[in-house]
Design a protein around this ligand. Structure first.
Ligand code: FAD
Length: 476
């Protein structure tokens, strides 16, 4: 179906000739110059017919009009830190990348309203660098550096989602260009926290992976920077204990609990073996899993109080056998342990990564079931888990030992993935907690999403993009 929707070669050539006349000099790349834009952080690769680098909303609109007319397909792209291949063209060489990298202005900043309107190409780190002197930030905390458009397209979460939410929760408004044939611009950027004047259309585009429109600007709800903070690392007997401890931390610290990240002991141990410069904060402990806990507040002067309350809580959890040991530490020393896990595990073999979300109350049962299943069905493979336990997000890595990857061809890997996702579904969870659908998850979307929801998504896509001019993923 995709092939039928793509431009015939003559249409693509005509589109690229028109695009060249719409774009500023040097903003249409061909051939070798496209190479940096053809892969994302998942390693998914494609081949671009061209890369288009517009510098204004008007140009994006003109490009989408031309694309619909010539039946060309454009794939919106941010900083390519996505992990499902959603921002890279397919291998046909007939899709063009629409990179928003040249649209990086901070259009508006209103410190008294705690809001900012950023263009789609402005990166999270650059936005936060500009906000820092004003004591403000956009509190999405990820190991990558997404662009504003990518934050919206992927609805990025991150390690402080427990307290601050995902991109959706921090978004006040959007500017979106539609692939409706007219290149209509939806200006929904008003930085209003209360706005019930009609249907909240911006919600349609959040997390849609560039399939329904091109985000050209986003209006963010900013937060005050933390002024008090406490970070600790705890050894726990098992994940059931982690769940009770999480509940206790929430009871004691309320909305100041910023992060509750849990990693299985095998994942931490593998990371320490891989990166000897990292130090175990609780060397000698024998634990089933570890938790990295952060408590923080924008209210200054709370450090001593947080410490006192945390010590009392840890003592009572220790008495109940729920925490074996714990240590306070600087955030800069403790977070690298958590952030190094994916890299370390990737270096230890051939990793098969899963990004699943479950009701957090079911995480322990699910993880035990997953371990039992893997031991029974694939005894030579190892399962490692880490992730955003506090919000039910869990990154699983099934590690194929070196030399075994050859025995696991694409069909066998797809079966393994599907069986594990079935286990996730049986425990009430979803196959993509953070990273979205994209080509890497398209088959699982079809298998695990309710048919009526798929039908509605496909209908919406046809309505907003009748010529299939946009995005890597077709919903129908
Ligand atoms: C080391 C590492 C750690 C990560 N940790 C996390 C994490 O904790 N939580 C999490 O949620 N994610 C995480 N990610 C995933 C990733 O960073 C996010 O998905 C990211 O937000 C994507 O932003 P980007 O600008 O790189 O977008 P891209 O990768 O370029 O694009 C992502 C998707 O958005 C679409 N898109 C991009 N720009 C636009 C636009 N202007 N309009 C419409 N659609 C657009 C693309 O078509 C694509 O489908 C991590 C990635 C890495 C590499």
């Amino acid at each position: 179906m995709d092939a039928a929707l793509l431009a015939p070669a003559a249409g693509l050539d005509a589109f690229l000739a028109e695009a060249a006349s719409l774009l500023p000099p040097g903003a249409l790349l061909r051939g070798e110059d496209c190479a940096p834009y053809q892969a994302d952080a998942s390693g998914c690769r494609g081949q671009a017919a061209a890369v288009l680098l517009p510098d204004s909303t008007e140009t994006v609109s003109a490009l989408l009009r031309a694309a619909a007319r010539h039946r060309a397909r454009l794939v919106p792209q941010g900083n390519r830190s996505g992990l499902v291949g959603g921002a890279v063209p397919d291998g046909s060489g007939r899709q063009a990348v629409l990179s928003l990298a040249r649209m990086r202005r901070l259009r508006e900043f209103d410190p008294l309203n705690r809001s900012a309107v950023a263009e789609a190409g402005l990166s999270l780190s650059e936005l936060n660098r500009q906000l820092e002197p004003h004591g403000l930030w956009l509190p999405i905390d990820v190991g990558s550096d997404p662009a504003t458009g990518g934050l919206v397209g992927a609805n990025t979460g991150g390690s402080r989602l427990l307290r601050h939410g995902d991109a959706r929760r921090n978004l006040l408004g959007l500017e979106v260009v539609l692939a409706d044939g007219q290149g209509s611009v939806l200006d929904l950027t008003a930085p209003l926290r209360k706005n019930n004047a009609g249907i909240d259309l911006k919600q349609l585009f959040i997390g849609s992976g560039g399939a329904l429109g091109v985000v050209t600007a986003a209006s963010w709800d900013l937060k005050r920077l933390d002024a008090s903070q406490l970070t600790l690392f705890a050894a726990l007997p098992d994940r059931e204990a982690a769940l009770v401890a999480l509940d206790a931390f929430e009871q004691h610290f309320g909305e100041t609990l910023s992060a509750f990240e849990v990693m299985g002991a095998p994942a931490l141990n593998a990371t320490l073996r891989q990166f000897p410069a990292l130090r175990h904060p609780l060397a000698g402990s024998v634990a089933g899993c570890y938790a990295l806990v952060e408590i923080a507040s924008a209210m200054p002067g709370l450090d001593a109080l947080l410490q006192e309350r945390a010590e009392a809580l840890l003592a009572s959890l220790h008495e109940r056998g729920l925490i074996l040991d714990a240590a306070f530490g600087q955030a800069e020393r403790l977070w690298p342990l958590r952030d190094s896990l994916p890299l370390a595990l990737a270096a230890a073999g051939t990793p098969l990564s899963f990004d699943v979300g479950l009701p957090r109350s079911r995480l322990p049962a699910f993880l035990s079931a997953a371990e039992r299943w893997l031991t029974a069905e694939h005894p030579a493979l190892r399962l490692y888990d880490f992730g955003h336990f506090g919000d039910g997000g869990c990154h699983l890595i099934v590690l194929l030992p070196r030399g075994m990857a050859a025995g696991y061809g694409p069909a066998k890997l797809a079966m393994l993935k599907s069986a594990l996702y079935q286990l996730v579904a049986d425990h009430g969870g979803g196959f993509s907690a953070e990273h979205g659908v994209g080509p890497l998850n398209a088959a699982f979307y079809r298998k695990f999403t309710c048919p009526a929801a798929q039908g509605l998504a496909a209908g919406l896509q046809r309505l907003l993009d009748p010529a299939a001019a946009l995005g890597r993923h077709r919903y129908g």
